[in-house]
Design a protein around this ligand. Structure first.
Ligand SMILES: O=CC(=O)O
Length: 367
């Protein structure tokens, strides 16, 4: 009997060769390499990859050349134009065919964020989407600590002055950062989204800096999770903002800004903001206003509203640390993405249960 097919998107496996060999024992692996959207759609139409049962994207640098996984890719090209205005599920359940074979049950991908894939549309086609947040949790939490420290300690200013190799600037930083830098110790860290990454950040900030942890989330975490970091839950975002010396955005992008112009006035005067989630979670113009007016004292951003473009006003501010969306970018994350993606597929087909599904609420038939 022929083996079930996996469609691998993008990169070759680089680290987990033994596990890959195990996957290849059980599945036939077809490759799309780096097809652009038109090529990829045409290949799906022609059924070049066969009736694959799973899609596997081992690393985030490649395998995304076809662009966002929207209704057009998941359902069928002609549906997309009417998608916005129509009864979406009605369309799906009508007789429209899919670009993806009905055999496909699971899509496992590198990366924590899944704003580039319509997991609801996948769910409506009975395809489980599994992200890999667990694989980059450590890296992103470490990156958040870097940003947090830089906002408390004015390190961005100090680093720029040293790098200028100008003695006057060096002395300026030496003499003046001390009058505004603060220790995180004893300050309150407000985390928006106490998921895997938010929790790991809380552990590090609590243990290393003795920060008090408060959080806001769509639902309260179990008592043992809160107890592990002495966290206090705030169902009201603004109430949490009013008490936080530093706010970290660590929640998936859910189609709307979690911090908009109305929220900044609720922040504690002089507070700091760190964003390691998605640029679109924060209203960048409102952030610029809050920094310019002095309402908040500093910001640390790994992610940006219009990547790969960075807001020019923010780029000029010495109290704003900027990274190029790299808090998760480590070899360790890459190893973990590969591993978790393959383990998700193996476990799903072995015991019917994936490890890190994010769209089970949208799966319509029982699996
Ligand atoms: O931003 C990085 C990720 O989504 O993993």
């Amino acid at each position: 009997m022929s083996k079930p097919i996996i469609l691998q998107l993008g990169d070759d496996i680089k680290w987990n060769h033994e596990l890959y060999a195990k996957l290849r024992d059980k599945f036939a692996i077809r490759r799309s390499y780096s097809m652009d959207r038109a090529e990829f759609k045409a290949a799906l139409e022609r059924k070049d990859f066969g009736d694959f049962v799973a899609m596997f994207r081992p690393f985030w640098n490649t395998g995304g050349e076809m662009g966002n996984w929207d209704a057009e890719l998941i359902i069928k090209s002609f549906v997309s134009s009417s998608f916005e205005h129509s009864g979406f599920l009605d369309l799906l359940t009508s007789n429209c065919s899919s670009l993806l074979p009905t055999s496909c049950r699971i899509f496992t991908s590198a990366g924590a964020g899944f704003d580039w894939v319509d997991t609801k549309a996948l769910g409506a086609r009975n395809i489980i989407y599994c992200n890999s947040a667990a694989a980059c949790t450590e890296s992103v939490a470490d990156g958040a600590i870097w940003l947090l420290l830089s906002t408390f300690r004015a390190f961005t200013w100090s680093a720029a002055c040293a790098r200028s190799a100008d003695p006057a600037q060096f002395l300026d930083a030496t003499r003046n950062t001390g009058s505004l830098a603060r220790n995180p110790n004893g300050h309150t860290l407000g985390i928006i989204g106490l998921g895997k990454i938010g929790f790991r950040l809380a552990q590090k900030a609590h243990a290393a800096f003795g920060m008090k942890i408060i959080y806001n989330d769509i639902r309260r975490m179990p008592q043992e999770v809160e107890a592990a970091v002495d966290a206090e839950y705030y169902s009201s975002l603004d109430a949490m903002l009013g008490l936080s010396d530093c706010v970290v955005v660590a929640t998936p992008f859910a189609g709307h800004k979690v911090l908009n112009a109305n929220n900044f006035p609720a922040m504690k005067p002089g507070a700091r903001l760190v964003n390691i989630a998605r640029g679109k979670c924060v209203d960048e113009d409102a952030l610029v206003d809050a920094l310019e007016s002095g309402r908040i004292s500093a910001a640390g951003l790994d992610v940006h509203y219009n990547e790969p473009h960075v807001n020019k006003k923010l780029a000029k501010m010495s109290n704003v640390e900027l990274l190029s969306h790299t808090t998760g970018a480590t070899v360790d994350s890459h190893m973990g993405f590969e591993r978790l993606g393959m383990e998700n597929i193996l476990q799903f087909f072995e015991i019917g249960k994936a490890i890190s599904p994010v769209n089970l609420e949208w799966i319509k038939a029982s699996l």
